[in-house]
Design a protein around this ligand. Structure first.
Ligand code: SF4
Length: 412
């Protein structure tokens, strides 16, 4: 999803550019821009007191002063897709799961300031102790992918599987990028959470629970159809014909009972608004422009893009791949722009290209900016806890069951 005005030309010294759709608009609970309160999504964007002006020249100094005043009472987490101005104040950076575990490993930190999006702060609240308070600097920082699977839709979908006689042979697996309610659903139904790094392990575990890969058991994979499809086909050896897409906005998911019975992977119709933008044409164009380029993309990209790329992996994988790259090599990266731009700056010995010609950030990740961080830190110093994220205890219990199952998977 692009920020208005985000189509900007890059500094060619740092980066050069080459060049999932829904037929109906999805009801989005996100408040993309502006102020106000969206009661339906519990994502108000009001900030008590004055939010500092973005142009305030004292912002960095204020952030530093507030951070120093809080000391070990606060722990600031920064997701890889956050802005540089926010990452500069992060005590640790990482993907969503790494950050939640880092928060849990700091039980003395009274406040966990999560510079990321809503579902990540929920996971941090679930994994941290009751005495720790998790705050999200802007409550409008949601995730469009996570919002594509609402709990009532998922409950309805499960009813469809029950009616088709397939629910007992189906294990739900949900990506970290889902709400706490979806993780809890997964825990209640004997499934697991996965990350983009361990999705193949999670899928093997799930299939083993229902007769193995050679059996007839199924996985209901939520909410990212692309990660589910790419993992099943590229890493588990299933075919595209083994996959069906369940569209929650169509009766019966838009698939027949027979299709559900025949399928091995039931993919939720969700996608990432950022990674879904990359196309096979982007890959062809960068190869034509830079013949020796290595194309490295995130598995949230479409199957076409992933099959056209040279390498596929999570954000942590992408970071490690560039750390290990031979000097002078050329790379085209298909993931969120803040991370790619940072990697380009950190690796002047490499040529790093962004895979898309239309520069696009994750708009909700970008809602966390320096004014919101300053406002949050100063509020904590003044004794106010702003934008606390608290997961309902029952939901947290079952979500924890699914998260613990992930931690019990081989490799953790
Ligand atoms: S990059 Fe995609 S999956 Fe990540 S927070 Fe943004 S919309 Fe969600």
């Amino acid at each position: 999803m692009c920020l208005p005005g985000a189509h900007v030309l890059w500094d060619h010294a740092a980066v050069s550019t080459s060049t999932g759709t829904f037929t109906e608009p999805a009801p989005s609970p996100l408040l993309l821009l502006g102020r106000g309160v969206d009661l339906a999504s519990e994502r108000g964007v009001e900030c008590v007191g004055a939010l500092p002006a973005p142009g305030d020249p004292s912002l960095v100094e204020r952030a530093r002063a507030a951070r120093d005043a809080l000391g070990d009472r606060a722990f600031v987490l920064g997701h890889h897709y956050q802005r540089d101005e926010v990452i500069a104040f992060a005590d640790v950076t990482g993907d969503s799961f790494k950050l939640a575990r880092e928060a849990a490993a700091r039980p003395t930190a009274e406040f966990v300031v999560f510079c990321g999006v809503h579902f990540m702060a929920e996971s941090a609240d679930i994994l941290t102790s009751d005495s720790q308070q998790v705050v999200l600097p802007d409550l409008a920082a949601g995730c469009s992918m996570a919002d594509m699977a609402a709990i009532d839709q998922v409950e309805d979908a499960w009813d469809v599987l029950v009616d088709a006689g397939t629910a007992q042979d189906t294990v739900p697996v949900t990506y970290m990028n889902s709400t706490a309610a979806i993780k809890a659903f997964t825990g209640r139904h004997g499934g697991t959470v996965c990350t983009s790094s361990n999705a193949h392990v999670a899928l093997r575990w799930a299939f083993d629970r229902v007769g193995g890969l050679d059996g007839r058991g199924k996985v209901l994979f939520m909410p990212d159809q692309h990660l589910g499809r790419n993992t099943a086909v590229q890493q588990l050896g299933l075919s595209l014909d083994d996959c069906v897409v369940f569209d929650p906005r169509r009766p019966g998911g838009g698939v027949s009972v027979q299709q559900l019975r025949d399928a091995r992977m039931i993919l939720w119709r969700g996608h990432c608004s950022v990674h879904g933008r990359f196309s096979a044409r982007n890959v062809a164009d960068i190869r034509a422009a830079v013949p020796d380029v290595t194309v490295l993309v995130h598995p949230e990209c479409t199957h076409e893009v992933v099959t056209a790329a040279d390498m596929v992996g999570s954000t942590e994988y992408i970071i490690k791949a560039l750390d290990a790259a031979p000097p002078g090599s050329s790379w085209a990266i298909g993931t969120e722009l803040n991370l790619v731009r940072r990697l380009a700056a950190q690796h002047p010995e490499l040529t790093v290209h962004y895979l898309d010609s239309t520069v696009c950030f994750c708009s909700t990740m970008n809602r966390i900016d320096l004014p919101h961080l300053v406002w949050t830190l100063e509020s904590l110093v003044e004794g106010r806890v702003p934008h606390r994220i608290e997961v309902d205890p029952d939901v947290a219990h079952w979500a924890r069951v699914a998260l613990d199952q992930m931690l019990a998977l081989p490799g953790h």
